[in-house]
Design a protein around this ligand. Structure first.
Ligand SMILES: Cc1cc2nc3c(=O)[nH]c(=O)nc-3n(C[C@H](O)[C@H](O)[C@H](O)COP(=O)(O)OP(=O)(O)OC[C@H]3O[C@@H](n4cnc5c(N)ncnc54)[C@H](O)[C@@H]3O)c2cc1C
Length: 460
């Protein structure tokens, strides 16, 4: 943690900021049990499957706490007098929510909106919980106190949480407690001195290999009898018994950053979570065997709306990037002025604008509840989330069509530029009136990485 004071705002607050180097040092200092391709990885920042994404995440902290970005990316927390990331700000006014969105967009722009679970996502869920301690207090005052204390710790130390809140796809026709074994789905198996033991599997911690904490809970409806699964806890990523089974790493398939500019940089990875008798101290237990509260944490606090307002800011950023990329592609081929291409670009622009408009209307139509907490408009948020599954593939389809045969006409890899026999031909025949061959091939490679690769196809 950097306790120096890099700028006037920091001087004013004497904040202890988190740098990218702090983030990477923490990864190295907290050995995890991450598994990929049969290998156990304790420091993801040193492994080819994860190191570029780790660097990218580190750059978010450097960006946020750079003196010139402090005003946008952080706010002055009245309780401490210190600067905290905007994602931890409990909005009271529309201006607060707008400021949170602008900060989310700034971070999203650094990955063109392609890292879905940057540290501001789950942070916003905890901000939503802390905004409504009264909801947690229904289970007992201690739960409200613990969730607020934990939120404050995240806020004041600028920490990164990933979540696993969906049960495994084992047998969805049966409730959690009716699975073939009682500890298949993650839940509490016993109480011990000072806390509880959790055991079982849960999906799907995006970014989990890089996070400081895992937030384990269930967003799936639970039935009477499922009390052991009705929990909400936080677990440090290096806790004994916590294993992260990473999905296939896309980053290691990227043969070069020229040929796979997005896969090679932004593969945040998703991990199945295995909890093998993991101890959780009581102060990290926010919900305990309470089915009603396990449901209410998502819907009676603004957690889900804050987290997904951020997610839509990220989505909107991605669509703007896609639109710009399509425009550059058309300019490169000289198709830009063709009326049918303009019609397709018009549809792309309209779809991106719908998402942007619905993001802004979550702010314009936000409401303040009787405890003075601002909620983004739920109807606008859930409407755009419902449309996301249609808008994203439609836009990808249009871009795919606009590329024509370009994707299968490209040279086999960047190495073809190194062979003097082929380099001359490539320079001559792959150029466009707007750009040289290297730039044009790079642009089309990026388009392919967006719409055609495993990395691109994972995305929404
Ligand atoms: C890119 C990505 C990142 C993710 N990141 C996270 C994360 O960080 N943390 C986390 O906890 N989770 C994460 N998830 C997991 C996500 O929460 C779940 O995948 C999602 O909730 C869907 O659940 P499922 O995969 O179990 O699908 P299922 O519930 O098994 O559904 C599969 C399909 O079956 C059909 N279906 C099933 N039930 C019904 C029904 N009742 N009515 C109609 N159709 C039905 C639908 O077509 C559905 O799409 C992520 C998922 C993706 C794709």
């Amino acid at each position: 943690m950097n306790v120096q004071t890099p700028g006037p705002l920091a001087l004013e607050t004497n904040a202890g900021f988190r740098t990218g180097a702090d983030f990477l040092a923490h990864l190295a200092a907290t050995p995890r049990a991450v598994f990929v391709d049969g290998e156990r990885v304790s420091d993801p920042s040193r492994h080819p499957a994860f190191r570029q994404a780790a660097k990218q995440l580190a750059s978010l902290y450097d960006f946020a706490f750079a003196p010139e970005n402090l005003e946008i990316m952080t706010y002055l927390e009245p309780e401490t007098g210190l600067r905290a990331l905007r994602c931890y700000q409990i909005p009271k006014t529309v201006a607060d929510l707008t400021a949170k969105r602008i900060a989310a967009e700034k971070w999203a722009e650094l990955s063109f909106g392609l890292m879905g679970r940057s540290p501001d996502h789950v942070a916003n869920f905890f901000t939503g919980y802390a905004a409504k301690p009264s909801v947690f207090a229904k289970s007992g005052a201690q739960y409200a106190e613990r969730v607020v204390n934990f939120y404050k710790r995240l806020r004041d130390k600028h920490l990164y949480v990933s979540y696993a809140i969906v049960p495994p796809q084992i047998d969805r026709s049966k409730s959690a407690s009716n699975q073939s074994e009682p500890d298949l789905y993650a839940g509490v198996v016993r109480e011990v001195e000072g806390g509880i033991i959790v055991k079982g599997g849960q999906q799907l911690a995006t970014g989990g290999v890089f996070a400081d904490y895992l937030h384990l809970s269930s967003i799936h409806p639970l039935q009477p009898g499922d009390e052991n699964y009705a929990i909400s806890v936080a677990i440090p990523m290096d806790a004994p018994g916590l294993r992260l089974l990473s999905r296939r790493a896309f980053a290691t398939q990227a043969t070069s950053s020229y040929d796979y500019p997005l896969t090679s940089r932004f593969d945040e990875t998703d991990s199945f979570v295995v909890l093998d008798d993991v101890f959780v101290p009581w102060d990290h237990v926010f919900i305990y065997r309470d089915i009603e509260l396990c449901r209410d944490q998502w819907w009676k606090t603004p957690s889900h709306t804050y987290g997904n307002h951020q997610a839509q800011a990220r989505f909107s950023t991605k669509l703007r990037f896609l639109l710009g990329m399509a425009k550059r592609m058309n300019e490169a081929t000289g198709n830009d002025g063709a009326p049918p291409v303009m019609v397709q670009m018009g549809e792309l622009a309209a779809l991106a604008s719908i998402v942007e408009g619905m993001l802004l209307s979550q702010e314009a139509l936000a409401t303040v509840d009787d405890e003075g907490v601002l909620w983004p408009s739920k109807s606008m948020l859930y409407a755009v989330m419902a449309l996301q599954g249609e808008i994203n593939p439609r836009m990808i389809d249009i871009v795919r069509e606009l590329t024509g045969a370009a994707m299968i006409t490209l040279p086999s890899s960047v190495k073809d530029f190194d062979n003097p026999e082929t380099a001359k031909d490539i320079e001559r025949y792959y150029r466009s009136s707007q750009m040289g061959a290297r730039d044009r091939v790079a642009l089309m490679r990026m388009a392919w990485d967006f719409i055609g690769t495993e990395f691109g196809n994972r995305h929404q």
